[in-house]
Design a protein around this ligand. Sequence first.
Ligand code: F6R
Length: 238
Amino acid sequence: MEIIKVKDYEEMSEKAFSLMRAVLDDNKHPVLGLATGSTPLGLYGKMKRFYEEGFSYKHCITFNLDEYLGLPEGHPQSYRHYMYENLFNSTDFQGDNIHIPDSTGDPETICNMYEHSLDSNRIDLQILGLGGNGHIAFNEPGTPFDSLTHVVDLTEQTREDNSRFFERKEDVPTQAITMGIGSILKAKKIVVMASGAAKADAVYGMLEGPVSTDCPASALRNHPDVVLIVDEEAASKL
Ligand code: F6R
């Protein structure tokens, strides 16, 4: 694993963008694995600026990691809404090339179809953030490393962490669809970003703890091409 230590969130986002640019330059039809949350917002800002400067994303295919179950369509906290708000509406990604787990149909069928699409479009670059407990996507501690796209029950900790985006904690959904750890490991290249003291334990577990399902991010040590971009605060326990 390559580890890039940076000063802060801004420098982390810049580094991630330079790795993203290399993948955009090297591939005719880049397949991008995208995340939501606070971590990739800086990167998405830079991707939007790149579009304003003349780059077109029309030829790019995207897959999002996860989506809540049980939110009404168009809900402002759905990950679909987040992606349109923070990236797709201000760029020219094409609707047909955008894949986000559908939260409205039969979850089992949706999971199987999603994994099938992933197999037909291998991800060139997967962007990941880290949960405070080391989760990646919605794969919580205990998730098998060979798991594929599946329905998860969200832990109390994750619901608590995400409640800042909802009016009340009770409004945070209890389930989600997520790419599995095995689905994520199929990507050709993975870039993990970690910023801030709240991520220090997860970064420690990912790099220096045992490779174990207790820390889902430790599975990334089994992948041949992972880059971790970590800022000073997130690296403080190494
Ligand atoms: C997002 C996702 C999550 C987040 C993680 C970190 O699609 O799957 O695993 O990457 O919870 O969230 P932030 O970036 O908000 O700290």
